[in-house]
Design a protein around this ligand. Structure first.
Ligand code: SF4
Length: 322
């Protein structure tokens, strides 16, 4: 076998989510992004009213369903859009917008159950802040994890406290570490989010975040490009000259570096971010998502590298999982 064949996930040089889901379910799996009407402690005044400075008015759920519709109606609407392109498949209900564990536990239970009851749903994905997993919510998630496929996404973004303060995340790396321990103790698959291009961060800072996180017992990684969107505090910083936008070439190089340092068993959920065309200030090159993904593939090919090629042996394996 050539190196490429030995390190290929359906022809890709990284362990993609679509590969992972196809292996697990044996068919096309659609993620249905839902907006259950949650808010966020970083927006409702509990921690601040400004939000993370890059967060759009829709709480980073710009492609999610319409929050005024019921879960069932959002589901039907999004499903029919997806089936214009693909005929058959099953679904993962994806709670994406705002902080999807930030509500009384009975309400969370009711919302998650509504999603799980939709026909064809085979699992649940819940995206949240690292500081929003109190014990009763962890217990609910553990219970759901016993009977269906579940993953929880934690928006870490950076391990660096100075960046966290600069963009008003209102949580730090310690919150992420603690939540990860709790989730792993309950055998709940955990996906870490990182953002590349945050203000004040150089290549070494971004690589340090990636290195630290992929050495931890996570099951998935999501890499985003920092987007500057209209009507966000980040846009003000950008217009004052305090945000440098990454070039596509630079981003592709960084992503390839991260992929080769990421252990092969970690599922790569995303390598770019999506942002609505009408509110994106920059980088505008990111709107051409397929070009970015192709360039990442080409960079991996040109380097003859693949996910895990340079992964060290530092990784803490799943010793915390029972
Ligand atoms: S935690 Fe999420 S929803 Fe809340 S302000 Fe930050 S990006 Fe927006």
């Amino acid at each position: 076998l050539s190196d490429h064949n030995k390190h290929s996930w359906d022809g890709k040089r990284y362990h993609s989510l679509s590969y992972h889901l196809k292996q697990k379910f044996g068919q096309k799996v659609f993620k249905i992004p839902l907006d259950a009407g949650f808010t966020c402690p970083n927006r409702d005044g509990t921690l601040s009213r400004d939000g993370c400075y890059y967060c759009s008015a829709r709480g980073s759920g710009d492609f999610a369903g319409t929050r005024t519709l019921s879960i069932g109606n959002q589901f039907e609407q999004l499903k029919s859009i997806m089936h214009r392109k693909w005929k058959k498949g099953v679904y993962i209900a994806y709670f994406q917008a705002f902080t999807n564990t930030y509500a009384p536990v009975d309400h969370l239970r009711s919302v998650y159950e509504q999603a799980l009851q939709q026909p064809g749903v085979v699992g649940l994905a819940v995206s949240t802040r690292p500081d929003c997993l109190p014990p009763e919510v962890l217990d609910l998630l553990a219970e759901i994890n016993q009977r269906t496929y579940l993953w929880v996404e934690l928006g870490l973004q950076t391990i660096h406290a100075r960046t966290s303060r600069l963009v008003n995340l209102q949580y730090e790396f310690a919150d992420f570490s603690q939540s990860l321990v709790e989730l792993q103790a309950r055998s709940i698959d955990t996906v870490a989010h990182l953002i590349l291009g945050l203000p004040g961060e150089g290549d070494q800072d971004m690589m340090a975040s990636a290195q630290v996180v992929t050495d931890m017992p996570i099951q998935g990684l999501k890499i985003h490009l920092l987007h500057v969107m209209q009507e966000t505090p980040l846009a003000q910083m950008y217009y004052r000259g305090n945000v440098n936008l990454l070039s596509q070439e630079h981003y592709v190089k960084l992503v390839a570096d991260i992929i080769e340092h990421t252990p092969a068993d970690i599922v790569i959920h995303r390598l770019t971010g999506d942002s609505p065309r009408d509110i994106l200030i920059g980088p505008r090159w990111s709107l051409n998502k397929w070009e970015v993904l192709n360039n990442i593939d080409n960079e991996l090919l040109a380097r003859n590298t693949w996910q895990g090629k340079k992964a060290g042996s530092q990784r803490v394996t799943n010793i915390m999982r029972s």
